[in-house]
Design a protein around this ligand. Sequence first.
Ligand code: GLC
Length: 741
Amino acid sequence: MEERKLRELLNSLSLDEKIGQLIQLSGEFFSAKDVSLGPQKKLGITKEMVDLCGSVMNVVGAKETHRIQDANLKNKKHPIPLIFMSDIIYGLKTVYPIPLGLGATWDPDLIQKAYRNTAEEAYASGNQVTFAPMIDLARDARWGRVLESTGEDPYLNSRFAESMVKGFQEDLPKYGIASCIKHFAAYGAVESGREYNATDMSENRLRQYYLPSYKAAVDAGAKMVMSSFNTLNGVPVTGNKWILKDILRKEWNFDGIIISDYAAISELVAHGFAQDNKQASKLAMNATVDIDMKSPCYANELKPLVTEGELDEKKIDDAVWRVLKLKNELGLFEDPYRGSSEELEKKSVLTPEKRQLARKVSTEAMVLLKNKNNVLPLNPEDNKKIALIGPYENEHELLGLWAVHGDRKETVTIEDGFKTYLNSDKLLTAKGTDILRDKSMFKGIGLSEEQIEKIVSSDSVEKENNDKAIEVAKEADIIVFAGGEHTIESGEAGSRGNLTLPDNQLHLLNKLFELNKPIILVNISGRPMILTDIEPKLEAIIQAWFPGTEGGNAISDIIFGKANPSGRLSMSFPYAVGQLPVYYSQFSTGRSVRTSTHSSRFMSKYLDIPNDPLYPFGYGLSYSKVCYDNLKLSSKEMNGESDKIVATIDLQNKSNVDTTEIVQLYLQDKFASVVQPIKELKSFKRVSLKANEQKNVSFDITSDMLRFYGTDNKLTVEPGEFNVFVGPNSDTDQYDSFELK
Ligand code: GLC
């Protein structure tokens, strides 16, 4: 529709119709059953407002979205189509690894392809917007939502934010889906890693570390932004004019839709920021939050605010205009189904091509953390019996908490994958124990006793499973233990204080250790876990994340050597929970353990645990041995901001296995008016190396890499000395230096 006509439509709407466009409700409000006694009453809004609602959340499938759209359009004087938005975060029906695993691929280009595939599935299934990517910086593994983030580094997160937004949106407006980035802003910094908790930091820290990934996504053209639950320096983001209006809209020129997180507007009252829903609505509207997700605030309070002269109707018009513009851009006025159909859906989801890409992504996400005596890869031709033991040995739930629309039946289990490599006479299997036996965890998510009984075996069955596993292990030459976190233990509202494997798995593992056979751990989890105590007794460790629909195949491809692991951690694995938040780009402090001359006690360290994580950011092994040598800079001086320096390094693959090496460039600004971290990732390259191949790799170092936020919170560059590190992970100490004149 021409913009002129769209403006005419806006001007023809009643106040109720306008307000309706700013309300988002979930599918149960539109079920065929009468909703008046159910969710509508519970939420406390009128049937009229339900009928005028502008968008629906978390309904997928052409059939259902068409039904709801048809029914809703019939009830409207002005037939403004509904827009369907869902949490399609790392896949719809073809599910990829969780984003913390995608971050470990260090392959934004591949992930862009994956997200384009997801957009195809979502488009065909009647969804026009996804509440993704989540691009919060995450440095505290106690927080369950690290699952959804690509990790602890602003630069790496920014590259993935761009590629994910582009993947979703590259085929817009005719195809593809609109991206709603979240959770703006700084939600990843919740105090103590506790869900929905306060975040508090200087503006300098916010701008330097927490905002860059959102800015990268906005610059990549994200159509929507979701305001987060948390307070930021005492002001809840969803009512925070400074962060939403002054920074996002004015400073970054973002003119898309801002949608609140789930009921976050009404939560302004619970925060102690608004006296009641009416004030909450006014505060959110003044902060330019356009759509109220699943709360009664806008539905019930905006009209009286306008009629009582407390809110300028122009603010509502501006919000409605942004909603109508997106609907128009997506062509909904011409085609309320936007090309979706059951037939297209069937042709688009879970295709062999999409599965194949998912398998490649999942394989690249795997991080080999340990490989003692090169026990991996296993050779299927060897005359060895392999015992696949543990609660994930044949488990379909490999998708993670946020794959809300995924189909677990479509998952390739680890056992399925093993069977494509091993004949039955070489493969022994035993579940051994449940994933999790702490009933209170399941009660905590509202499961009934009988539901819990289906998940947590009785003590006698548990003992039988244990005993069987030990018997099976005794017959084997090598044990692969598939264990880790239960799905419910991470993701939203999944904050935890104890991050080791659950006691029941540790109990079985300790019995297996007594057999003195090589044990390989495949760790399935939504977060970095504490593996410190079991690491010394394990021959090898593969961090598999929740690996997605093709997870079993990807794990098997790595274990049996069809793929050479190239994954590198995008979030540190802590040595102990007490270190958290732990991340590589720390400040030196005045008493660094690395450089201080103080006595051994009076330095920045713990008495009882090391400062360093068990495995650092950027770390991962492969089946090759790649040596880095001969780091050189084209000059020791950068003359002014227009100059550049080229860093080169020699790589040698000293093995007969082809590999992909993630070569990482870090810089350190040694002296600045605002202290800078001991090193920061500024670039990386995926370098393929054939067996025994040598390559020279170069990086351009330019002044924009040297910028930081000064005491005035403006970007600045200061002359002085910089260290240049190039290596396989953030622990690298291969460096050279230059001076910015
Ligand atoms: C949730 C999450 C958010 C999600 C939204 C809609 O509470 O915080 O990530 O997109 O509600 O499901």
